[in-house]
Design a protein. Structure first.
Length: 131
């Protein structure tokens, strides 16, 4: 692998109407899959478990995270190189996912969502017998 094979993705700002005045970003997400489940790993700096909402409605998994933009008490922002804002991303979920077993956790600004596959969708080895 060369350096040209790896590209850094910049934060992308969404252009949707929202009720808060902060910036709204699309978080970068890696998707992993094995025989049992699909895992989403979303980069959402500043988000913790109290400020993230995940909903599933009409086969759409919606991830939303809110970031507190207030400077620490007793300080005011004098210079910034990093834009702070909320996050929003959605995914269409197929019937191959067991909706009742979806779990999520967040650690250090990274959201992990596990989407278990429904039994009929799991890959399995088929034994072949002699005819």
């Amino acid at each position: 692998m060369t350096q040209q094979d790896v590209a850094v993705q910049e934060k992308r700002e969404n252009q949707v109407e929202q009720t808060r005045s902060e910036h709204l970003f699309t978080p970068a997400v890696d998707i992993y899959e094995n025989d049992d489940h699909i895992s989403l790993v979303a980069d959402m700096p500043g988000v913790d478990k109290e400020s993230v909402d995940i909903t599933l409605e009409n086969n759409i998994l919606m991830i939303e995270g809110r970031v507190n933009q207030d400077p620490p008490e007793g300080y005011e922002l004098s210079y910034s190189e990093y834009q702070v804002g909320d996050y929003q991303r959605s995914f269409r979920i197929s019937d191959a996912i067991d909706r009742d077993k979806i779990v999520a956790k967040v650690k250090d600004g990274v959201l992990y969502v596990t989407l278990p596959k429904a039994e009929p969708a799991k890959a399995r080895k088929i034994k072949v017998d002699m005819a």
